[in-house]
Design a protein around this ligand. Structure first.
Ligand code: FE2
Length: 184
């Protein structure tokens, strides 16, 4: 069994029945990750694995703090996932900022944000996928989140403050993708 097929089965078992929309989103993020194989190179499987597991912390039987990057990371660490995979999930899509807003920074400090190509690519995939799993422009996705939660919600506060960092990761990934495609 490959790491990815283990991850897919795990995510499916935790999300498909109880949170079908989240499962559709996760599968869309994994599809996007596959499209980034050219830039991920020999780390392509890790990227796809992180993509399919990034939201596993939403599963009701995994959620402990209610902050899904942290809950997912704790669960995956206990499940024997590699440290790198656990840390990527813990820090996906600028979770550090949301942890700050939720008063959970101390717990997230157990994990490192590795920065760089793979981490940017994971953020790109998440930001470029709708809640239903379709591909979307990252800027439109951010606007949709602000609209869905409304001006007073913590998620809106987070996404608004996080936008520059999120979009920088998206744009860096797009540049890497364009450069790769220009060479092929
Ligand atoms: Fe996501």
């Amino acid at each position: 069994m490959t790491t990815y097929s283990w991850a897919f089965g795990l995510a499916q078992s935790k999300l498909a029945d109880v949170l079908p929309r989240r499962w559709a989103h996760v599968q869309g993020v994994a599809r996007q990750a596959r499209e980034l194989r050219s830039i991920a190179g020999d780390q392509a499987e890790l990227l796809e694995t992180a993509a399919v597991l990034h939201d596993i912390g939403y599963a009701p039987d995994i959620a402990v703090t209610g902050f899904h990057p942290l809950d997912g990371a704790v669960f995956l660490g206990d499940a024997g996932a590699s440290d790198r995979l656990v840390h990527l999930v813990a820090h996906h899509s600028y979770a550090a900022l949301e942890a700050d807003l939720r008063g959970l920074s101390q717990q997230l400090k157990n994990y490192d944000d590795e920065g760089g190509l793979l981490r940017d690519a994971l953020w790109y995939c998440d930001l470029s996928t709708t809640p239903h799993g379709q591909k979307v422009d990252a800027r439109a996705r951010i606007a949709e989140i602000q609209d869905r939660y409304g001006p007073d919600h913590l998620v809106t506060e987070f996404i608004t403050k996080a936008s520059p960092e999120l979009l920088a990761a998206v744009d860096r990934t797009q540049v890497r993708l364009d450069a790769c495609e220009a060479l092929s």
